[in-house]
Write a protein that binds this ligand. Structure first.
Ligand code: GLC
Ligand code: CA
Length: 560
C-alpha cells in the first residue's frame, strides 16, 4: 500500500441538523459547525464529513437533494459554506461533503422536467418505464419498503424507479449526459476547496438490466435490494470514470458507503489505484441481519464483535485502508449495541473506543460518540421521525408483533437513536438550541453531556482525546497507523486482543469484554502501559489480571 496524506488523520462525522443551532430554529446549522471547529480540533480531529446540507425537502433528511449547487437555507448560506471551508483550512482541517448521486429528490428540476415530458431529454435522466394497467417492470423491494416502482406524476401509465423512498428517484447512470452533469457538479465543489466526499449508497448506481424478477423473499412478493445487487455487474466502468474525471485531478479524498461488494473487488475499490481512497467497514453493523426485517435481527455479542472486526482486517490486509466506525447516522449508538444490555458503563464505553480506534484503518468518530451518547428510549412510535424506522415498525407489526414488541424491536436499531441533538451541556435542550429542537433531546442529557466531561480527566471525552492523540504521537504513530494487526487470545471468551506491530515496535491492545476479572498469560514483557481505562493494572510475573471492562494498550516490544 502506498502512503497517503490522510492515513495519519482522524475523521469525524457531523450530522448538521443535530449538531449546533445558532439561530434558534431548532435545526443545527453551518455557523454552528464553524463555532465548534476549535472544539473538534482540540479533540484531535482533522477531517470533517458533513451529512447533506444541499437544498432538500428533507424527506430522507437531506439524502434527497433538490439542488446540488445550493445550501438549504435551513442550514445556512453559500457564504457560510465558504467560510467553513476557509476556517477549516486555517486549522489544517479538511471538509468532506456527502455525495448523493444514486438518486436526487422528486423536487429536483430534472425530475420535474421529466414529469412534464417523460420522452424528452430529462426523462432519460431517470428510469421511467411503461406500466400498462399498473404492471410493474420487476418485483424489487425498495430499501424503505414497498415496490421500487411508483406511478410517474401526471402519467398513470408510466412509473419511475426508486431504490430508496419514492421521493428519491434513481438517476440513470447509463445515460452519458447524466454522468456529465454529475461530474461537472463534483468538480465545481472540489474547485471550491473541498477535500473530498463521503459517497452515498454508491453501489446502487449499477442496475442489472433488463428489468427482471428475482425470487420473492417475503409475503409481499418482492425481492430485497441486496438480492438485486448480486446480479449487477460492471459498476467499475462508472466508478473509474468518476475517479478519473473528478477525484484524481483534484487529489480528492473519498470514502465510499459500499455494501454488498464482491470480495474479489476490494483492490478495485480501495487498492492503490482504486475507485475510492477508502470505504467504510460495516461488518459489525450488518451482523445478525435478517431478510425478514429489523425485528428479526440477532443481537451481536462481544465475541461476534471481535470476529467481525478481525474478519474485516484480514480481508483488507495491506490492500488499502478501511474506515472504521462505531456508529453513524444510520445506526444506533454503538455503546448501546456492542456492549451487552445492563453492562454499559464508563469503562465499557472506553473499552469499545480502544478496540475500535486501535484497529488498522482511518477512524471516523460520529458526533456525540466522544462523550458516550446512548440510544433513546422511545415511548411511542409517534416519537420517531426516521422513514426507515417507521417502515420497519410496520414490517414488525405485519409479522404479528404487538405494538409494544414492535416498538422495542425497532428501538434497538432506529436511525433516530443517533440523530438526537448533540448534548453540549445540562441546560435546556442540552445547549443545542434556544428554540424547540426538531427531534427531542435524549432524556439522559443532564447525565451525559460535554460540559460535565470537558475538565474531568476520567471522562469518556478525555479518554477519546488521549486515544486519538496516539495516532499523532511520534513514539507510536508509525505502529498505530501502519502496523500489522495480529489477533491474539481468540479462543478466550470475551477477550478482544490484538498486536499492532511495526519493524521497531509491538503494541498489545487488550480488552476484557466482561464484568468479571480475567487473568491472561503474556508471552512478552510489558515495557510500558501506554493507555489504561482504569487507574491500575494488576500484573504478577507474566500474567495480567484485567478488571471487568478494563482495556489497556501495552508496549511489549522485545529488546533488539
Ligand atoms: C445512505 C445514507 C442514508 C440514506 C440512504 C439513501 O445509506 O447514509 O442515510 O437514507 O443512503 O440516500
Ligand atoms: Ca438553525
Amino acid at each position: 500500500m502506498e502512503k497517503q496524506w490522510w492515513h495519519t488523520k482522524t475523521a469525524y462525522q457531523i450530522y448538521p441538523k443535530s449538531f449546533c443551532d445558532t439561530n434558534g430554529d431548532g435545526i443545527g446549522d453551518l455557523p454552528g459547525i464553524i463555532d465548534k471547529l476549535d472544539y473538534l480540533k482540540d479533540l484531535g480531529i482533522d477531517i470533517l464529513w458533513l451529512s447533506p446540507i444541499y437544498c432538500s425537502p428533507l424527506a430522507d433528511q437531506g439524502y434527497d437533494i433538490s439542488d446540488y449547487y445550493n445550501i438549504d437555507p435551513r442550514f445556512g448560506t453559500m457564504e457560510d459554506m465558504d467560510r467553513l471551508i476557509a476556517e477549516a483550512k486555517k486549522r489544517d482541517m479538511y471538509i468532506l461533503m456527502d455525495l448523493v448521486v444514486n438518486h436526487c429528490s422528486d423536487e429536483h428540476a430534472w425530475f420535474r422536467k421529466a414529469c412534464e415530458d417523460p420522452e424528452g431529454e430529462y426523462g432519460k435522466y431517470f428510469y421511467i418505464e411503461d406500466c400498462p394497467d399498473g404492471k410493474r417492470p420487476c418485483n424489487w423491494r425498495s430499501y424503505f419498503g414497498g415496490s421500487v416502482w411508483e406511478p410517474l406524476p401526471g402519467h398513470q401509465d408510466k412509473c419511475y424507479l426508486h431504490m430508496f423512498h419514492k421521493k428519491q428517484p434513481d438517476l440513470n447512470w447509463e445515460n452519458p449526459k447524466l454522468r456529465e452533469e454529475i461530474y461537472t457538479m463534483i468538480n465545481w465543489w472540489l474547485d471550491k476547496g473541498l477535500a473530498g466526499f463521503r459517497i452515498d449508497a454508491i453501489i446502487n448506481i449499477k442496475k442489472p438490466l433488463p428489468w427482471q424478477d428475482y425470487p420473492a423473499d417475503r409475503a409481499d412478493g418482492l425481492c430485497s435490494a441486496g438480492e438485486v445487487l448480486k446480479h449487477a455487474d460492471g459498476i467499475g466502468a462508472f466508478l473509474s470514470e468518476m475517479r478519473d474525471r473528478c477525484f484524481l485531478p483534484h487529489g480528492a479524498f473519498t470514502v465510499g458507503e459500499v455494501f454488498n461488494e464482491k470480495p474479489e473487488e476490494l483492490p478495485d475499490f480501495i487498492g492503490d489505484h482504486g475507485y475510492f481512497s477508502s470505504m467504510f467497514d460495516f461488518n459489525e453493523t450488518i451482523f445478525g441481519g435478517s431478510g425478514n426485517g429489523w425485528y428479526d435481527q440477532t443481537p451481536i455479542t462481544p465475541n461476534d464483535y471481535r470476529s467481525c472486526c478481525f474478519a474485516s482486517q484480514k480481508k483488507v490486509g495491506d490492500i488499502g485502508m478501511l474506515s472504521n466506525i462505531i456508529e453513524n447516522h444510520d445506526e444506533p449508538r454503538g455503546v448501546s449495541r456492542y456492549i451487552p444490555e445492563g453492562e454499559c458503563s464508563i469503562p465499557a464505553k472506553k473499552l469499545l473506543a480502544t478496540m475500535n480506534i486501535m484497529l488498522r484503518g482511518l477512524p471516523f468518530i460520529y458526533q456525540g460518540q466522544e462523550i458516550g451518547m446512548e440510544n433513546v428510549e422511545f415511548q411511542s412510535i409517534r416519537e420517531v421521525n426516521d422513514i426507515s424506522t417507521l417502515d420497519e415498525y410496520q414490517v414488525a407489526r405485519k409479522a404479528g408483533l404487538t405494538p409494544d414488541a414492535a416498538l422495542k424491536a425497532v428501538n434497538r436499531l432506529s436511525r433516530d437513536n443517533a440523530r438526537t441533538p448533540f448534548q453540549w451541556d445540562a441546560s435546556a435542550n442540552a445547549g443545542f438550541t434556544d428554540g424547540t429542537p426538531w427531534l427531542p433531546v435524549n432524556r439522559n442529557y443532564t447525565r451525559i453531556n460535554l460540559a460535565s466531561q470537558k475538565n474531568d480527566p476520567d471522562s469518556v471525552y478525555q479518554y477519546y482525546r488521549r486515544l486519538l492523540a496516539l495516532r499523532k504521537d511520534p513514539r507510536y504513530a508509525e505502529t498505530v497507523v501502519y502496523g500489522d494487526l495480529v489477533p491474539v487470545f481468540e479462543d478466550q471468551d470475551r477477550v478482544m486482543a490484538y498486536y499492532r506491530t511495526s519493524a521497531a515496535q509491538t503494541l498489545l491492545v487488550i480488552g476484557n469484554y466482561k464484568t468479571e476479572p480475567q487473568t491472561l498469560t503474556l508471552s512478552s514483557k510489558i515495557r510500558k502501559v501506554v493507555l489504561n481505562n482504569l487507574p491500575q493494572l494488576k500484573t504478577e510475573g507474566d500474567t495480567i489480571t484485567l478488571e471487568g471492562y478494563q482495556a489497556v494498550i501495552l508496549d511489549v516490544s522485545s529488546d533488539s
